[in-house]
Design a protein around this ligand. Structure first.
Ligand SMILES: [Zn+2]
Ligand SMILES: [Zn+2]
Length: 386
């Protein structure tokens, strides 16, 4: 006769609570889903359940204490009609056991009706490219070369050596899962584990493709032509559907994202849709006015300096800025005048300027400090928040 007290590790006089606690502990420690489905483990688990069945039922326990195993064949009325035990609905609070069962089975194809697919989608990937400012202004085409996963040319993605194919798993007949009936407190529970022989795929690749070791994809270089939209700016991303990694085992391609960085330009600075540039002009040109030819991204253009232009004045060349993303219009080119005061005058130049100063009664400038109207006033407004 089985020693049910020893199996659960409780004393003969153990209370119902102690039996319950011992059973919980033992069934968790010896659950075949946790310790592995060896015949010995299955048998041990069966004994733990039998011990609990007897010791938790006052009638069966009494019978057992009298020297009759109520579970033994022919033990009479005490043996339940249900060969897996009559515990259904008797106890609550055992969800942790089923959690343990579930956790042990999870991670594979458990719970799925059929075999798992070897194929899965690749991962999205990001490539960064640097473009010239001019390309951001007008848009353009860039060829991007990048490392990714490519569908294996040797096997076309199925991972099998040429001339071979996957064979149906003999252990699970292609179903990918192994079904088992487990006796538990709630009666018989059907569990589905991923098949160990095929990892739940339902088939086995006996001769893997030598090019990709059966992965169906290989690391390699790809290239793509990217349309750079006018107006693109730092950090903008473009999504190219299906240009990312090929999936394992012929799974679908992921997407490729292109992130733009716009290089610095020696002459132009970008300000949103506008371009900014500085134009150094001599003092005389600022005073007399001048039409100054400059080179822009659109070719030669003329900056019309009005007579009497002040240092820092901005002349706007409309429509010569950066293309506006998604629109047909463009920003402006804003040219700021950098008026240069002549230095290193020779004698006759100095004489000319002195005569000019006399003529304009500027030989002795007004000795007056003012807080308004000069270059500092703008600074002051900024500081005082006006
Ligand atoms: Zn291959
Ligand atoms: Zn299998």
């Amino acid at each position: 006769m089985n020693d049910y007290y020893a199996i659960l590790g409780v004393a003969k006089g153990a209370s119902a609570e102690q039996v319950k606690a011992a059973y919980r502990k033992a069934s968790r420690a010896h659950h075949p889903d946790i310790v592995g489905h060896t015949p010995a483990a299955e048998e041990k688990f069966k004994q733990i359940n039998a011990a609990f069945e007897v010791l938790s039922d006052p009638k069966k326990r009494e019978m057992y204490d009298l020297g009759v195993d109520p579970l033994a064949p022919g033990a009479g009325a005490a043996a339940g009609a249900n060969p897996f035990g009559g515990f259904a609905g008797s106890f609550g609070g055992f969800s942790d056991i089923f959690e343990a069962m579930f956790n042990a089975a999870a991670g594979g194809a458990a719970g799925q009706a059929g075999p798992a697919s070897r194929a899965s989608r690749g991962r999205d990937q990001l490539e960064r490219i640097a473009i010239e400012l001019k390309e951001a202004v007008f848009g353009g085409v860039e060829e991007v070369v990048y490392l990714t996963y490519l569908t294996c040319a040797g096997c076309g993605g199925d991972g099998c050596a040429p001339g071979t194919g996957p064979s149906v798993c003999s252990a699970c007949q292609g179903r990918g899962v192994r079904e088992r009936l487990v006796r538990s407190l709630l009666g018989t529970v059907r569990t589905m584990d991923p098949c160990r022989q095929c990892q739940g795929f339902g088939n086995i690749i006996a001769s893997p493709c030598p090019d990709c070791s059966g992965q169906g994809r290989v690391r390699g270089q790809a290239s793509v032509e990217v349309e750079v939209p006018p107006g693109v700016d730092n950090g903008n991303r473009l999504r190219l559907v299906g240009k990312g990694e090929a999936g394992p085992a012929g799974g679908p391609n992921a997407d490729l994202y292109i992130e733009f960085k716009v290089k610095r330009h020696p002459d132009f600075v970008r300000d949103g849709d506008d371009l900014l540039a500085t134009l150094p002009i001599p003092m005389t040109a600022a005073a007399l006015g001048a039409a100054i030819a400059v080179e822009t991204f659109d070719g030669p253009a003329v900056v019309d300096v009005k007579p009497g232009s002040q240092p820092g004045a901005v002349i706007v060349l409309e429509g010569l800025g950066v293309g506006r993303l998604g629109q047909r219009t463009r920003g402006d080119l804003r040219v700021q005048l950098d008026v240069r005061v002549p230095t290193e005058l020779d004698d006759s130049q100095r004489e000319l300027l002195r005569r000019l100063a006399l003529e304009r009664r500027e030989e002795r400038p007004e000795p007056r400090l003012a807080s308004t109207g000069g270059v500092f006033s703008r600074l002051k407004d900024k500081l005082t928040g006006k």
